[in-house]
Design a protein around this ligand. Structure first.
Ligand SMILES: O=C(O)[C@H](O)[C@@H](O)[C@H](O)[C@H](O)COP(=O)(O)O
Length: 260
């Protein structure tokens, strides 16, 4: 049987953030070992606040250092809006994290969307795919870009990135980045990494916190239902780790751990 995803449950978000930091640093070490850079993709939503809490805490030892100058940050999904728009995931990452990084922690390289193509989501997605091609090597030499870590959120309907339940985009097997014009979660126009890219990451981590996630967590961990989050679990197996708090997993019958 394929190895199962890891479900970690912490008493609260602060404890979760501490463990998330340890996990990200492990992924950073592995990335630096692989190619002297750490390639991470992040979604939007509440996870960015938890991420900032995790990363901006002071280092507790020489092994616990976040080496931002070695980071390349990509967007697992992005809304087709200007970068300073309140709906922009880039804007959220900037205000939650980038603007708060002290100078002595280094500066990550960040890859936002090219806002010259906001009116044409196919072009917006194609241009973002080119960014990946440039960073990960030519598209014909690598079948899929392999991120060191994808850090994702989970919607109350089981969506992740901008991959929504029942949407035809879940069957996309060629493009690395795809447009969506009918996102049920506003704004409707977005781009997203496709499922094969998400599931081929070296590591995939979800952050799901709060009572609002508990019903969907039961579905994701107790049924085979074709929900986007379930498909990521099935495709990634034990390369996938969920960081949750007690409220999000209340009543979920799936073996969970309280530490990494
Ligand atoms: O741009 C987006 O809409 C996000 O990338 C989306 O996939 C998000 O991560 C989830 O909806 C969870 O968001 P919350 O944690 O805020 O519920």
């Amino acid at each position: 049987m394929a190895k199962q995803p890891n479900l970690l449950a912490f008493p609260n978000v602060s404890a979760l953030a501490r463990a998330l930091r340890t996990y990200i640093i492990q992924c950073q070490t592995a990335g630096l070992h692989r190619h002297d850079v750490f390639k991470i993709a992040v979604s939007g939503g509440s996870l960015l606040n938890t991420l900032a809490q995790a990363l901006l805490a002071p280092a507790s030892s020489d092994e616990d250092v976040v080496k931002f100058n070695k980071w390349e940050i990509f967007f697992a999904d992005e809304r087709a809006v200007p970068l300073d728009h309140e709906d922009s995931n880039y804007n959220l990452l900037k205000t939650e994290l980038l603007d708060k990084i002290p100078e002595n922690m280094g500066k990550p390289t960040v890859h936002p969307i090219d806002v010259a193509h906001l009116d044409d989501t196919q072009e917006l997605a194609d241009q973002y795919e080119k960014v990946l091609v440039n960073s990960f090597a030519a598209r014909d030499s690598v079948k899929l870009p392999i991120f060191d870590l994808l850090l994702l959120g989970c919607g109350p309907d089981g969506h992740t990135c901008s991959l929504f339940p029942g949407h035809e985009l879940l069957r996309e097997s060629d493009a690395w980045v795809a447009p969506i014009e009918d996102s049920p979660k506003p704004p409707s126009k977005r781009i997203t990494l496709t499922l094969p890219v998400v599931t081929h990451g070296v590591k995939i981590a979800f952050v799901a916190t709060g009572e609002g996630k508990k019903e969907i967590m039961k579905k994701i961990f107790e049924e085979a239902n074709g929900l986007p989050c379930t498909l990521v679990n099935e495709g990634a197996g034990d390369r996938c780790t969920w960081f949750t708090d007690a409220a999000a997993v209340d009543g979920v019958s799936y073996p969970r751990r309280g530490s990494l």
